[in-house]
Write a new protein. Structure first.
Length: 158
């Protein structure tokens, strides 16, 4: 122990311990006025304020819009603009095809990385009256938290 100092302004007892390890001087400061904060930081690696901020972060809520029934050749709009984030902002939208009927023809999404994506409904293939597609919207907020939601589109024969 190299020294004790009493700081009457902050009513803090500062104990300074130093150790020489590989030419590096380590100092450990123990503040007796806030031992819980100090112990919490040692045990969890975070201050109480950092833990509170982490607890307050909420993932965004994705809203892929309602399910739809459309006709072959229709322009279909997938609208995720109802998505929101309680404690930040959405910085990324990603649409993907989660599932489709086995015989359903492939589709190409326009604006896959926007709140609103579109595609032209393909012709129904096979001995069925309709093909269905399940679209998933994933949104990412400014804290890199994500939320997902799905919307089903059924394409019926004309």
């Amino acid at each position: 122990m190299h020294g004790n100092e009493f700081d009457p302004v902050n009513n803090t007892l500062l104990l300074l311990f130093t150790m020489h390890i590989s030419k590096v001087l380590m100092a450990i400061v123990i503040m007796l006025s806030s031992p819980l904060l100090f112990m919490n930081t040692l045990v969890h690696g975070q201050t109480e304020q950092e833990q509170q901020q982490q607890k307050q972060q909420h993932p965004p809520v994705a809203n892929a819009g309602p399910d739809q029934v459309v006709n072959e050749g229709d322009l279909v709009t997938l609208n995720g603009s109802g998505s929101f984030d309680l404690d930040g902002e959405i910085v990324n939208y990603t649409w993907g095809i989660e599932d489709s009927d086995d015989d359903a023809p492939p589709i190409s999404l326009d604006r896959r990385d926007a709140a609103v994506a579109t595609f032209t409904a393909p012709n129904v293939i096979g001995d069925v009256n309709a093909n269905s597609y399940l679209f998933e919207l994933t949104v990412t907020d400014n804290e890199e938290l994500t939320g997902s939601n799905a919307s089903k589109v059924v394409v019926v024969k004309n």
